[in-house]
Design a protein around this ligand. Structure first.
Ligand SMILES: Nc1ncnc2c1ncn2[C@@H]1O[C@H](COP(=O)(O)OP(=O)(O)OP(=O)(O)O)[C@@H](O)[C@H]1O
Length: 263
């Protein structure tokens, strides 16, 4: 599979504190790459730097070439879904999703038939078509999460960067959204990079994993290479059982101080 996105040597400081030091990853066309690691390690910051939203040192390439410097061209290549879904503007769901088409619109900013078709397709795929006329601030957290995912899918960008897209979702919607992101990768040949905290979900849905470690190492590889109990313990500071149940990979954190219910 072809490397579509590569980031290397990403180094940046926030509020006077070094947050990333020589970090990077590659994301292949047709694959889902999971970005994992403990809270505060820099996953969101790395994604934002790669999306061109934070000044940084380092190199980000699309299909081997430096990213274009103008934001509009870059937005056609990289769709970015930020963490959290705090939407205060009183737009309808359909208009919010249609914002994803902005990088493609002509000088008059009018969406054409093709743009409208994309908007309808992604609303149907994310299960928000029936919410199309609702104002976004009136939606539940999970509904809003799916609308924001639809907006980024509407960009039709070959690279999708999604920061915790399943965080607010119930288990059924988590799986449906990951299935959708996998389909975007496999069937539409996109490179999908997704920040996840649920390691079982990551094991099940990601082709490659990139683990940001507390000592600033970046461990990358396929799921069995990265999700080992020793690496996970080093990363998260608790022990892990890496196992399978009903033929599904399961990664279980264990905490010696937890008094389990029923004990
Ligand atoms: N604007 C800022 N000013 C100062 N420090 C910041 C700023 N934004 C982020 N940080 C710090 O940078 C570090 C990395 O934050 P980041 O949000 O990238 O981590 P993360 O791995 O995505 O965490 P989480 O899993 O909790 O979402 C954290 O220590 C955070 O406090």
């Amino acid at each position: 599979m072809v490397t579509m996105l590569s980031a290397s040597g990403i180094t940046l400081t926030l509020g006077g504190r070094p947050v990333l030091d020589d970090a990077g990853f590659t994301a292949r066309c047709g694959a889902v790459t999971g970005l994992i690691g403990p809270n505060g390690i820099g996953k969101s910051t790395l994604l934002r730097a790669v999306a061109g939203l934070l000044p940084h040192r380092g190199d980000v390439r699309f299909a081997g070439k430096p990213l274009p410097s103008d934001a509009r061209s870059r937005a056609r290549l990289l769709g970015y879904l930020p963490q959290g879904h705090h939407v205060h503007w009183p737009l309808t769901v359909r208009r919010t999703v249609a914002l994803g088409r902005l990088p493609h619109l002509g000088p008059l900013g009018r969406p054409g038939r093709a743009d409208e078709e994309v908007v309808e397709r992604v609303m149907a795929a994310t299960g928000v078509a029936e919410l199309a006329a609702r104002a976004v601030p009136t939606l539940s957290g999970g509904e809003r999460a799916r609308v924001m995912l639809a907006r980024v899918l509407a960009t039709d960008a070959p690279v999708l960067l999604a920061d915790e897209p399943t965080a607010a979702l119930d288990p059924g919607h988590q799986l449906r959204i990951m299935a959708l992101l996998r389909a975007e990768a496999v069937e539409r040949r996109r490179a999908v990079v997704v920040v996840l905290h649920d390691l079982s979900l990551a094991a099940r849905c990601c082709d490659e994993l990139v683990l940001l470690m507390p000592d600033r190492r970046v461990v990358a590889g396929d799921v069995p290479t990265v999700l080992t109990s020793s690496l996970l313990q080093e990363a998260y500071g608790v022990s892990f059982a890496v196992t399978r149940a009903a033929d599904i990979p399961v990664v279980l954190p264990q905490c010696p101080t937890l008094i389990q219910a029923g004990d």
